[in-house]
Design a protein around this ligand. Structure first.
Ligand code: SAH
Length: 406
């Protein structure tokens, strides 16, 4: 069995830091941008030793094609660091971080929930590496192609099988547009994987699904919707495979409408209703949510509970003003569909929009819709999606539940 999660060559290239950003790194921030390095240094992406003023200060992953150039693994003040022996340092560091990540998830799998994030990138000290568990299947997904050359898949598979002996498959999932969508590292990925979230069963075609197979990060917020759905007619906009819809139905909703632009997603939402033998009437609509909302406004239709969880409208900083406008537009229109004294849930997964900005979007959306809001709950990502305190950009998920007054 291998003993380090990193594929590390004997000799690591030294990346020279021009600006002293050690203070920022010592506070736990793991990202260093291009302008902190000598642009004349030519490197290919991969593991590097970071040096400043002739001293080794730590290790990281260099990405030559992004503004974010360095993702720090650890500094030389880390307990795992052994001078002149980076192989041993990597081994001790990997083992320690892995143990910590597992211990944070020791409540999983439980009788109600066997789907969870085991490794959350920099949040668990493993930049670029995400591992989600869905019942008996673990899915590894990197956020940059270079990570395949950095993280040791054999060791990951060995450690997963050793520590999660119930696993029947370890699958490496690549970006959906890539030719080879993924590969089995152990066992064989099933066409449909079933797993539990707070007592409900979900089915996912992991190979073709978004992310690693499901939006695990909304778990707590979906559970909250269950408590507010009783006797309400529910509209779930941007529903994907019906996560919020299922919890609304389980909470006693009168009827549920799920809207997503993707036909396979709406079919999967129907499948999830069937798998749970849910009797609540469910209307799955494959349509652009903006068009659907306009039609409902025209028809003067109202719902008692409306959920709007759009995709990230701001994939980068430049797209932010347009994204703020799009969020305000969709939220204000959705608000007009909420019956008097009804409930509205607004969410955004864009890391470029801060919580303060999100609140401002909500204030403006209510104002535009000519409604008053009462905040019932402010939510975020769940405990299996931790992030370093100083990396607020990784606190990406925002969720607010409102009562709506005309
Ligand atoms: N709330 C979901 C996750 C939503 S992800 C859950 O709990 O699982 C965002 C979804 O928005 C995706 O499924 C995507 O297909 C959908 N989407 C993107 N643009 C859309 C549009 N214009 N109209 C409707 N759905 C859209």
């Amino acid at each position: 069995m291998h003993d380090s999660l990193l594929i590390s060559p004997e000799n690591l290239p030294a990346l020279i830091l021009l600006r002293d950003v050690t203070k920022h790194m010592k506070r736990g921030h793991l990202w260093v941008f291009k302008d902190c390095f000598d642009s004349k240094q030519k490197f290919s992406s991969g593991l590097v030793e970071v040096q400043h003023k002739g001293q080794s200060i730590g290790f990281g992953i260099y990405q030559d094609d992004t503004q974010l150039s360095l993702r720090l693994l650890f500094l030389t003040d880390n307990n795992a660091y052994k001078k002149n022996n980076h192989q041993l340092s990597f081994k001790l560091w990997s083992q320690h971080n892995w143990k910590r990540a597992l211990s944070l998830r020791s409540m999983y799998p439980s009788k109600e929930t066997n789907s969870y994030r085991l490794i959350n990138g920099e949040g668990d000290g493993f930049p670029g590496l995400n591992i989600d568990v869905y019942g008996d299947t673990a899915v590894i997904k990197h956020d940059h192609p270079i990570m395949e050359k950095v993280w040791n898949h054999q060791t990951l598979t060995d450690w997963l099988r050793r520590d999660l002996p119930f696993l029947k498959c370890v699958y490496l999932k690549r970006r959906n547009h890539e030719e080879e969508k993924g590969e089995n590292l152990f066992g064989e990925l099933q066409a449909e994987v079933q797993f539990l979230e707070n007592g409900l069963t979900f089915a996912s075609n992991i190979r073709d699904a978004a992310k690693t197979g499901f939006f695990l990060d909304q778990r707590d917020n979906r559970y909250l919707i269950k408590k507010f759905a009783k006797n309400r007619s529910v509209l779930n906009l941007f529903s994907y495979t019906g996560g919020f819809s299922l919890f609304a139905a389980a909470g006693g909703a009168r009827d549920v409408t799920s809207v997503d632009i993707s036909k396979p997603a709406t079919l999967a939402a129907n499948r999830n209703f069937d798998v749970n033998k849910m009797q609540v009437p469910h209307n799955a609509v494959a349509e652009d949510a903006f068009v659907f909302v306009d039609q409902m406004l025209k028809d003067k239709k109202k719902f008692d509970l409306v959920i709007a969880d759009p995709p990230s409208f701001a994939p980068n900083q430049k797209a932010k003003p347009a994204a703020i406008e799009a969020y305000t537009n969709v939220f204000s229109k959705s608000l007009k569909l909420v019956a008097n004294d009804g409930i509205f849930a607004a969410s955004s997964c864009s890391s470029h929009i801060t919580y303060e900005e999100f609140l401002e979007i909500c204030v403006n959306s209510f104002s535009k819709a000519n409604k008053k809001g009462r905040v019932i709950y402010i939510g975020a990502q769940p405990t299996d999606h931790p992030y370093p305190l100083t990396m607020t950009e990784l606190r990406y998920l925002k969720f607010i539940l409102f009562e709506v007054e005309s």
